[in-house]
Write a protein that binds this ligand. Structure first.
Ligand code: HEC
Ligand code: HEC
Length: 219
């Protein structure tokens, strides 16, 4: 036991020593690739977006059709994380699996920063007023008897999302929100918080809140 402990201490001291030595090594620093500037990151994001993503998400992250989510103004870390999940297959979607297959972590980060920098313009609307009103109640106050928390608590009072992890929901296509909430409920899309929440909601609650999100207009 003593011998193992001594070995651990020796190894730990050795690693700590070599880290300090490396940090003091000027050559290692000079060889490292410099961090890209913010402008370079955004330019990279725009380049990939214009070449690949534009057909379905628009150049500015506003998607022309309801099955493709609007992604303008989404938290950059959220976008990068979803792209990683599509690539790994932990979020399943045949189209996005293909689109993310060739992206490096740096590309994903660049795309996140690029779309976050795009100002959301609104294309979706809430069509059913009564349904949207019911959705608004759930969004703001949750459903007490079903232990569903207020959506506003995590996605922001106006639905603009909260970086880093809470996606923007305002102005989203209702078809897309509905499909995602159902996917969390069925376990097809996995996330502990959203799965718990959606399994406590009835179909009509999910429909109502999706309708409300479409018409939200944060400043
Ligand atoms: C052929 C159409 C198509 C192309 C091209 C495409 N996407 Fe998608 N994208 C989709 C669809 C459809 C979904 C919804 C997937 C789902 O239902 O889970 C999606 C979902 C996403 C999401 C998840 C959004 C969210 O709110 O969770 C991100 C991020 C995304 N795409 C980014 C990109 C990027 C970046 C590119 C370019 C490299 C790209 N997409 C190219 C169709 C496309
Ligand atoms: C405890 C925090 C929390 C609460 C409360 C919450 N959410 Fe979420 N929600 C999240 C997180 C985190 C994600 C991203 C999960 C992931 O990475 O898949 C998310 C994702 C979503 C998405 C997918 C967005 C997209 O672009 O794909 C929708 C839709 C959504 N939430 C709607 C709701 C609604 C409606 C409510 C209220 C009934 C709600 N959320 C309450 C944390 C929360």
């Amino acid at each position: 036991m003593k011998k193992i402990l001594a070995t651990i201490i020796f190894v730990a001291t050795y690693i700590a020593g070599s880290t300090i030595a490396m940090a003091n090594e000027p050559v290692a620093k000079a060889d490292a690739t410099p961090e890209p500037t913010k402008a370079e990151v955004l330019a990279r994001g725009q380049q990939i977006s214009g070449a690949v993503c534009v057909a379905c998400h628009g150049l500015d992250g506003m998607s022309p059709i309801p099955n493709n989510p609007n992604i303008a103004g989404m938290p950059p870390q959220y976008i990068a994380k979803q792209l990683q999940h599509f690539k790994e297959g932990s979020r399943k979607n045949a189209i996005m699996a293909g689109m993310s297959a060739g992206l490096s972590p740096a590309d994903m980060k660049a795309l996140g920063e690029y779309y976050f920098a795009q100002r959301p313009k609104y294309n979706a609307v809430a069509r059913d007023k009564d349904l949207a009103e019911k959705g608004q109640k759930i969004y703001r106050a949750g459903i007490a008897e079903a232990k569903v928390p207020a959506c506003a608590g995590c996605h922001g009072g106006a639905g603009a999302g909260i970086p880093a992890i809470y996606p923007r929901l305002a102005g989203q296509w209702p078809e897309y929100s509905l499909a995602q909430l159902k996917a969390y409920a069925s376990g097809e899309r996995k996330h502990p918080m959203m799965s718990t929440i959606t399994t406590r909601m009835r179909d009509n609650d999910i429909l109502a809140v999706s309708e409300y999100l479409a018409g939200m207009r944060p400043q």
